[in-house]
Design a protein around this ligand. Structure first.
Ligand code: GLN
Length: 196
């Protein structure tokens, strides 16, 4: 089965567990979804969720728990939403946050937040005609996508990208019950699986 660990240092954890459990059963795959807080737990994951929350806090706690190194060395897929997206990129416009540099994207923090605290917007997913209802909560935006990554979602700006088994999203796909992005992540995770 697939082991999916939700990094539970801070942020919304239970919604991600519920959504990935539903996505696993919808795709007919066996697996376990759990939360974790220690660097040692990273090695038992096939996929990791970096949830939304407060990226300055999460960055500080990642340092405190010595998780930067193990996350950078992790060979599975990372599903990074909102604050998680702030952390997974190569560059971020806030010096308090050390980016993981796992995905070739530059992220702007609180890009939508200056306009409105939170909103629902129709998101276009590449290759899918049906719009996705995105919940944006003080959401970051992808300022640029480097050659190693690929844009995936649009809502005025680029609000989602993929790179190998990784996916980064500005908004909260774990809210609202539409599992398309979780299912796409699982499909890509299978396709990019490295031989043990
Ligand atoms: N603006 C927050 C941050 O950068 C992210 C908000 C969220 O995850 N919903 O930390």
């Amino acid at each position: 089965g697939i082991n999916i660990g939700v990094c539970a240092l801070q942020g919304d954890v239970s919604e991600h567990i519920t959504a990935f459990e539903a996505a696993l059963s919808a795709s007919g795959q066996e697996g376990e979804v759990f939360s974790f807080r220690r660097a040692e737990d990273i090695s038992r994951c096939d996929a990791i969720v970096l949830p939304g929350g407060e990226s300055t806090t999460i960055s500080r706690l990642l340092h405190k728990n010595d998780m930067y190194g193990p996350l950078r060395a992790f060979r599975g897929g990372i599903f990074a939403t909102c604050a998680g997206m702030v952390l997974i990129g190569r560059e971020i416009d806030d010096p308090r946050i050390e980016p993981l540099g796992i995905m070739d994207i530059t992220v702007g923090r609180n890009a939508f937040g200056r306009q409105r605290d939170s909103c629902e917007m129709a998101v276009t997913i590449t290759g899918d005609e049906k719009p996705f209802c995105g919940y944006f909560i003080r959401a970051p935006v992808i300022i640029s996508v480097g050659p190693e990554a690929e844009p995936l979602c649009y809502a005025d700006h680029i609000v989602g990208a993929v790179q190998g088994p990784h996916m980064a999203l500005s908004f909260h796909p774990e809210l609202g019950g539409d599992l398309r992005l979780h299912l796409l992540f699982l499909e890509r995770l299978g396709a990019y699986k490295v031989a043990p």
